[in-house]
Design a protein around this ligand. Structure first.
Ligand code: CTP
Length: 403
């Protein structure tokens, strides 16, 4: 499933294992991937572009300086218009070029130009694999984030020598490609997140409460989007009428104090996104019994007291998550007020929205936000709340992938 619809740039370099690349292409295509092959000059000594092109059902690229190919796709686009670059087999020579950034043919140039994940299936004589130069190159490439599958132990086709050097079997390469693509799809795998969502209800008496117009749509969508990227999410939700998002642990609360306790119970974690419209005040002492009307007597006044600021508590906590994101609901001076909240609440990012009644944002389906961080401000277009959530989750994942 992981490979379905994925575009793989397959670089075949020169080695006897190149014959297995034909089977590899077939296996990848069976799983729904498309394969665009590049062959080095060496590879063409072992198998023909005709055979590779027939199995891949695509044009085979062989020449850096081919006018036709350059006009058609161009080596830079070739290197980027794919989800994964796979090198199978990868010779010692190609590994050496990669480790040193050489670009003297189409394969090495594409490898230097790509910004996609690269998976390498080396194949060479065991002495070449064990050579200190190759060891150094492999170490450098691993540090550069290049992934390896194999080589395996076994007898060499040409010399009968035994040792590590055989290319991994096509099905093992397929599994490794799936694992690389899967980890790319789930960049937050292994991260824990806590998200608050919805309003809080602050009781006045057993039947009445103070509330606000928050629907929980934005917070719930963010919890779902973080979970889709692999995070383990605890969603602390105030009273809402929308369903729990799938794959997320939901703690249902009513009051701000309960929400704070549930959030603190979810620490330590890596990410906190505080989306809830927490009531700033609660009734100082809520009545145990329904407050009755007494004709002729004065109308009751509600004495309010301040609620805990959950975002601020988390932003300054000894177990502060690595990334703390808050929202800012403003009706005026949106950016300036949001910047103040960034500082005051100890957040890394504030997502600010204008909740003036005429925007229809609070309780509505769409959102138009400014994303404010210490690096600057970004205005996002008017988007569905789900789309805002997906973008925000991607931005969060970026913060975790960059060193
Ligand atoms: N927030 C919170 N706990 C509170 C109040 C707010 O965690 N008691 C969080 C919200 O979830 C949001 C951010 O703080 O992420 C900003 O909320 P907002 O209502 O815009 O700000 P306030 O702190 O309430 O300030 P003001 O009402 O003065 O604008």
């Amino acid at each position: 499933m992981v490979l379905s619809g994925k575009r793989i740039l397959l670089i075949i370099s020169g080695g006897i294992a190149a014959y297995k690349s034909l089977d590899l292409i077939r296996r990848l295509r069976e799983r729904g991937a498309s394969v665009r092959p590049i062959m080095t000059a060496g590879a063409q000594q072992f198998i023909t572009p005709l055979a590779v092109g027939a199995v891949a059902a695509d044009h085979v690229f062989t020449d850096l300086f081919s006018r036709e190919d350059e006009q058609d796709v161009g080596h830079i686009r070739l290197a980027r218009d794919c989800d994964l670059v796979l090198i199978a087999p990868a010779t010692a020579d190609l590994l050496a070029k990669m480790a040193n950034g050489l670009a003297d043919d189409l394969a090495s140039t594409a490898l230097l130009a790509t910004d996609r994940p690269v998976l390498v299936a080396p194949a060479m004589n065991p002495k070449m694999w064990a050579h200190p130069a190759t060891r150094r190159n492999v170490e450098t490439l691993r540090k550069d984030g290049i992934r390896f599958v194999g080589p395996m132990a076994g007898e060499m086709a040409e010399s009968g020598e035994a040792g590590l050097g055989r290319m991994a079997e096509p099905l093992d390469i397929v599994a490794a490609a799936e694992a690389v693509l899967d980890s790319g799809l789930k960049p937050l795998l292994g991260r824990k997140a806590v998200v608050t969502s919805g309003p809080t209800h602050e009781p006045i008496d057993p039947v009445r409460y103070i509330a606000n117009r928050s629907s929980g749509r934005q917070g719930h969508a963010i919890a779902a989007a973080l979970s889709t990227l692999g995070a383990e999410v605890t969603l602390v939700s105030g009273p809402v009428s929308i369903p729990d998002p799938p794959g997320v642990a939901v703690v249902h609360v009513e009051r701000a104090e309960e929400m704070r306790d549930a959030v603190l119970a979810a620490l330590p974690c890596d990410i906190a996104v505080m989306v809830a419209a927490v009531a700033d005040w609660r009734v100082a002492s809520a009545a145990d019994q329904k407050i009755k009307k007494h004709p002729g007597e004065s109308i009751p006044t509600l004495a309010l007291t301040e609620n805990p600021d959950i975002l601020k508590t988390v932003g300054h906590h000894s177990l502060r998550p690595k990334l703390v994101v808050g929202f800012a609901a403003e009706t005026q001076d949106v950016e300036a007020n949001a910047k103040l909240k960034l500082e005051r609440k100890g957040a890394d990012i504030i997502v600010a929205n204008d909740v003036s009644a005429e925007t229809g944002i609070m309780g509505g389906a769409r959102n138009s936000v400014k994303v404010i961080s210490h690096e600057g401000t970004e205005q996002w277009p008017d988007l569905a709340k789900e789309e805002v959530a997906v973008r925000l989750a991607a931005l969060i994942a970026d913060r975790f992938s960059s060193p």
